[in-house]
Design a protein around this ligand. Structure first.
Ligand code: SIN
Length: 306
């Protein structure tokens, strides 16, 4: 193997001793791919010194897709989005105005085709905050009590696009996240995504390992269950998945690249003081799980869309 692997805490591995400045051989690409499947998250510390390196390394893991939120695309780059260049609406986090907070989610879970993975590159780091947490939803599923596994085996949940995290912080009682005072609007234009339904458990299409398929940021309700009972069940599952022993907490350096397998992880951007700037670029790996379908909501459900 032409690189070394060093485990991160609970999920993921850091790839070291790899020169990313030129194309990678087929053997290296194959070994990196299998390391990614094994570890779920790969960190290439300070190795993303250019946009080309980011794009070339991302393509080792599959075809890239255009992100469905076009207003985030980097100019002249269909395969790259920028987060933080356009300011989203802030939240109040422990009473401070806080930007870039994105509660736990799986990327593109508000579409029927949850993407295969994503790779993030840190371009500009805020002085404070800006960390990201990944959690291993395969490990979390394996550790569920059998009775809970049975209860959710045939359940699906309904999802919508949501970027704020105020109402839906299931399992997150550590900080008080509240609505920011009126007057702050997001600069990001979001298309109108219809509601979708995904099973709460899915097998990884490559490894075959069972995993929780949950995205609390986007959650609307559990399909076919009375709302408060469904919410309580979903919250119990999310609380379990957010246990610290399943999580890796990353403190970024500029040019870090982090790749994750979206089919067995969820992640949370912890945000940073609103007046500061944090810019990351992200690629999105095509290779949909095809677990979902559009969901026809009744009138009272429609009003739940954020
Ligand atoms: C994302 O949710 O894809 C972005 C995470 C981050 O900016 O840390």
């Amino acid at each position: 193997m032409g690189f070394s692997l060093h485990r991160l805490q609970n999920i993921g591995a850091e790839v070291r001793d790899l020169d990313l400045r030129g194309p990678l051989s087929d053997d290296l690409a194959r070994d990196l791919y299998s390391a990614w499947l094994d570890h779920g998250v790969l960190l290439f510390r300070e190795a993303g010194t250019s946009k080309d390196i980011h794009l070339r390394l991302s393509r080792v893991f599959g075809e890239l897709e255009e992100h469905p939120i076009k207003s985030l695309l980097v100019e002249d780059e269909k395969e790259l989005i920028a987060l933080g260049e356009k300011k989203g609406a802030p939240v109040l986090f422990d009473d401070q105005l806080w930007g870039g907070f994105i509660f736990f989610h799986q990327d593109t879970s508000y579409t029927p085709n949850i993407c295969k993975g994503s790779m993030l590159r840190m371009l500009r780091k805020p002085e404070r905050g800006g960390d990201t947490i990944w959690t291993d939803t395969a490990k979390a599923y394996a550790a569920l009590p059998p009775s809970l596994k049975e209860r959710i085996a045939d359940l699906s949940a309904i999802y919508c696009f949501r970027s704020g995290a105020v109402e839906r912080r299931y399992g997150w009682s550590e900080h008080a996240v509240r609505e920011a005072p009126a007057g702050h609007v997001s600069e990001v234009q979001i298309p109108d995504f219809p509601l979708v339904s995904h099973p709460m458990v899915a097998r990884h299409p490559e490894s075959g390992i069972g995993s929780l398929l949950i995205s609390p940021l986007n959650f609307v309700h559990v399909e076919g269950m009375e709302k408060s009972r469904g919410d309580a069940l979903y919250e119990e599952i999310v609380r379990h998945a957010l246990r610290p022993e399943f999580a890796y907490h990353h403190k970024w350096s500029v040019n870090d690249l982090v790749l994750w397998d979206n089919r067995r992880t969820m992640h949370c951007a912890l945000g940073y003081p609103y007046e500061q700037t944090r810019i990351v670029h992200r690629t999105t790996l095509h290779g949909p799980m095809q677990t979902g379908h559009y969901y026809r909501a009744n009138v009272s459900e429609q009003s739940e869309k954020a």
